[in-house]
Design a protein around this ligand. Structure first.
Ligand code: ATP
Length: 438
């Protein structure tokens, strides 16, 4: 993990948040490469699950909703973690993460003191709407994107005229006042989720649960996650969230242990039923054939964006011995072997020298390639160092422009994984890269 955190900072993937003020614990900012990586994940997800399907539509709902939403969803009364405090050093921990001793105590992991009694701590972030901080003005930052889909269910149904089964998808930030955030971007207090609420008739829930489990597996494969590092944990009754009748946690072997990456839940008609009751709006669906009116049930696959970024980084990170320019010698290289679609930069254009004629020739190639690919142009340092940098950020192809290029109108293309180099005519370059990157 240390190596990944340090690479992320050094190369501009992820920085500590508010760093010039000494940081803010467990807050992180995505830098120039991190935002590309994260956007690639979100765009691919949207393309696959919204644009390429006829049964899913997207929304983008408000982060702060009417507080009654959280009353109806059960978050005000149930969305809490058990909290224990050390009476000596006043550190706080999640009770379910601290071992119980043989004589029934829980000890402070820092000082060994017996921890105080367990209290329930609500994870929602509170704020006030408007200038006066009164009880009547309390509002909450959403702890999940899901409620947006339930609250907008009727509007979506009426405007799209979708028939069951159909889903509503959303990508956006969620906020949880976690007791023990940590492990880099794994657990933070603000994070992004990609969620689908898939509305079905109750009788079909098992089939659609399996369908979405398969879709999540397919996604993980394309994200480059090794199958043997994934675990599918069917959560027993009593341990599931208050709304769920079946939950499968998809866990991944992170460097700090086996932890949840994504989740899949059967939320029954819990949410629509409660919103219908509390809002007084009729949220039932009318079957167009039978005329029967009923509340749809829901399968909810949910993906954490930041945990996707972290798992993709962990999987992509490789250290290996690579041959140097001198025959027979090798040196260590760090390379992020991202699947090509995921790489933040697809092509680097590297002129061998900064001399004006070569530089302007290479810049012209760059101007042409950026029409189609995310590119970087770099003419600083030695070519070896520039290759290392591109390896470290996972760029699949480096295009080297040399003095011969001015004559033969061809460039050398280096492959990140094989390090093989190929001479390609500039006229063919776009088509060559298009094919390689597809
Ligand atoms: P955990 O058990 O790790 O707290 P959870 O079961 O509460 O997670 P869900 O409510 O199922 O999580 O949230 C759906 C997804 O959102 C998770 O699978 C995860 O990818 C992501 N997620 C949840 N909490 C956080 C967080 N604090 N930081 C980053 N991602 C998160």
């Amino acid at each position: 993990m240390e190596k990944i955190v340090s690479l992320c900072k050094r190369r501009g993937f992820i920085f500590p948040g508010s760093e010039i003020y000494g940081g803010l614990a467990n807050s992180w900012d995505y830098g120039p490469l991190g935002v590309e990586l994260k956007n690639n994940i979100k765009q691919e997800w949207w393309k696959r699950f919204v644009h390429q399907r006829t049964d899913v539509v997207g929304i983008d709902s408000a982060l702060i909703m009417n507080p009654k939403v959280w009353e109806a969803s059960g978050h005000l009364s149930n969305f809490s973690d058990p909290l224990v405090e050390c009476p000596k050093d006043h550190q706080r921990f999640r009770a379910d993460q601290i071992e119980i001793t043989d004589n029934g105590f829980q000890l402070c992991p820092s000082c060994g003191e017996i921890l105080g009694p367990e209290k329930q701590f609500n994870l929602m972030f509170k704020t006030f709407i408007g200038p006066s901080e009164e009880q009547a003005n309390i509002a909450y930052f959403r702890p999940e994107t899901a409620q947006g889909m339930f609250v907008d269910f009727k509007n979506v149904l009426e405007t799209t005229r979708k028939r069951l089964p159909f889903g509503i998808a959303q990508i956006g930030k969620s906020f949880r006042n976690e007791i023990t955030p940590g492990n880099f971007i794994f657990r933070t207090r603000e994070f992004e989720q990609m969620e689908i609420e898939y509305f079905i008739a109750e009788k079909d829930w098992k089939a659609y649960f399996e369908h979405w489990l398969d879709e999540m597996k397919r996604w993980l494969k394309d994200l480059g996650i090794a199958e043997e590092k994934l675990h599918y944990d069917d959560i027993p009754e009593g341990e599931r969230a208050h709304y769920s009748q079946r939950t499968v946690d998809i866990e991944y072997d992170f460097p700090f242990g086996k932890k949840e990456l994504y989740g899949l839940a059967y939320r029954t008609d819990f949410d629509l039923k409660n919103h219908m009751e509390k809002s007084g709006e009729d949220l039932r669906y009318t079957d167009p054939e039978s005329g029967e009116e009923f509340l749809p049930h829901v399968i909810e696959p949910t993906w954490g964006v930041d945990r996707s970024v972290l798992a993709a980084l962990v999987e992509a990170y490789h250290e290996e011995e690579a041959p140097t320019a001198e025959k027979g010698e090798t040196e260590a290289r760090v390379v992020l072997k991202f699947p090509k679609w995921l790489a933040p930069v697809k092509v680097a254009i590297l002129p061998l020298s900064k001399k004006e004629n070569l530089s302007s020739f290479a810049k012209e190639i760059h101007r042409d390639l950026v029409q189609e690919f995310v590119c970087e142009y770099d003419e600083t340092q030695s070519i070896g160092k520039r290759y290392r940098r591109q390896d470290e950020i996972g760029t699949p192809y480096c295009v080297t422009v040399d003095f011969e290029s001015l004559e033969d109108k061809a460039v050398t293309v280096r492959d990140r994984d094989t390090m093989q180099q190929e001479r390609i005519a500039i006229a063919e370059l776009k088509a060559y890269l298009r094919e390689k990157l597809s």
